[in-house]
Design a protein around this ligand. Structure first.
Ligand SMILES: *Cc1c(COP(=O)(O)O)cnc(C)c1O
Length: 422
């Protein structure tokens, strides 16, 4: 019995999160044993260069020594108390210092909790029921977000999961990335509490905002009394030290952060301007709580991660240079073999769309050739490079990639493209 077969007997799909089952690329997922820097050692002994990076949570690399040491120290002093600790205050202060729009934060345990809580707060603050989200974007698995547009342009969403009540579906309106007109149509009803957006879309591959898109959302929200939520669970501290809101110079009303903010442990936050955040209990009436929220282990990892970012101001430029190199090399290989393609990149996020003519909305990429990506994925894995197991996932750069590993990976990826089209 393989580990995956053993896992499948006691876990749905053998995994704790669906994408890990490798359904989009086929075959059994490899099991990780350990990681160091940009390398993961697999259960069968192979060592692979990893571009999953815990789905973006790892900015520096696996087992990054400052984070490991901080976590070990914290754990030795007790993993959870249920009364406050000073480390929580230090992390909150650091997030507020680094994130332009955020004055006050609340720590939770996952990005899913952060977005669900932010929407609850937006509904409470506006007294309105509805939310606008964008097709192809992911905001965790809370009910209001498990709605996708059938055609991508339908006025009302259809549930993408059974178990989501019809009323919830009716309150989630779907728009298209980089299309302001549809957003405006949704907002004119005057019943939308919030527009929630990934400022750089990262859950349909990486799709950056078109010029003026984020500013347009800001303007439309202001005109219609709707709050703008930036879901920066992926982009936070990954596209810039001041996150996407700093990189693009747009001020959202509420922000969610996860992944990098917890340095590869389980935590996330939501935050925003003071007047809104004071509505959260116990300052205000909007209830939200957590047994393990702000626990010492996650807090220590987050503090170590953000401290390391502040010590390396050139990191994001180095990511941008690496992204340019990846685009250059992969696009020229694609052109050699007569394959169209797009490579999008923002900081430590890379979107590789084999066979695409353009990649600016979900509709552009939804019908890409999944079999081609699967062949490419396996050809890369055979050559020691672990990519996200789906054509609709962002590749994540880590600092550990930047010294030499990236060049090794690119040689393998060029060969993998040639093999995939053969
Ligand atoms: C990963 C992600 C989430 C969900 O975070 P979890 O910690 O997996 O619950 C929400 N929004 C975005 C943009 C994400 O990338």
């Amino acid at each position: 019995m393989t580990p995956f077969e053993r896992a499948g007997r006691v876990m749905p799909g053998g995994v704790n999160s669906p994408v890990r089952a490798f359904l989009a690329v086929g075959g059994e997922p490899p099991f990780a044993v350990s990681g160091s820097g940009g390398i993961v050692t697999l259960e069968d002994g192979r060592e692979v260069i990893d571009f999953i990076a815990s789905w973006g949570a790892l900015l520096f690399g696996h087992a990054y020594p400052p984070i490991v040491e901080a976590v070990q120290r914290a754990a030795a002093d007790g993993t959870s108390f249920g009364i406050p600790t000073i480390a929580e205050v230090e992390l909150a202060e650091k997030i507020v210092e680094m994130t332009p729009s955020v004055d006050v934060v609340r720590m939770v345990n996952s990005g899913t909790e952060a977005t669900a809580s932010a929407v609850r707060l937006a509904r409470a603050a506006t007294g309105r029921p509805r939310v606008v989200k964008f097709a192809g974007s992911y905001h965790g698995h809370a009910d209001p977000f498990l709605v996708a547009a059938g055609s991508g342009l339908a006025t009302f969403g259809v549930p993408s999961s059974p178990g989501v009540p019809d009323g919830t579906v009716a309150d989630t309106l779907i728009a298209e990335h980089n299309d302001l007109e549809l957003v405006e149509n949704h907002l004119t009803g005057g019943d939308v509490a919030a527009v929630i957006v990934e400022p750089v879309a990262g859950n349909m591959g990486c799709i950056p905002p078109a010029d003026g898109f984020l500013a347009g959302l800001r303007r439309l929200c202001d005109e219609h009394g709707t709050l703008l939520i930036f879901d920066e669970v992926m982009t936070g501290f990954r596209v810039a030290a001041d996150s996407a809101q700093g990189r693009y110079g747009i001020t959202p009303d509420l922000t969610t952060l996860g992944k990098v903010v917890a340095g590869g442990t389980a935590a996330a936050i939501y935050g925003g301007r003071e007047s809104l955040m004071r509505m959260i209990a116990p300052d205000g009436p909007v209830y939200q709580a957590g047994t393990l929220a702000g626990n010492p282990v996650a807090t220590a990892a987050g503090l170590a991660s953000l401290t390391a970012i502040q010590q390396q101001p050139s990191l994001y430029e180095r990511f941008d240079e690496a992204g340019a190199k990846i685009a250059d090399r992969l696009l020229s290989t694609m052109s050699d073999v007569g394959l169209p393609g797009v490579v999008n990149r923002v900081g430590g996020m890379i979107g590789v769309f084999l066979g695409a003519e353009r990649a600016t909305t979900w509709n552009d990429v939804a019908d890409l050739d999944g079999d081609l990506y699967a062949r490419f994925f396996h050809a890369a894995l055979d050559r020691g490079v672990l990519l996200p197991p789906s054509p609709f996932e962002t590749w994540f750069l880590m600092e550990a990639h930047l010294d030499g590993l990236l060049d090794r990976a690119l040689v393998a990826l060029e060969e993998a493209i040639r093999e995939a089209v053969r």
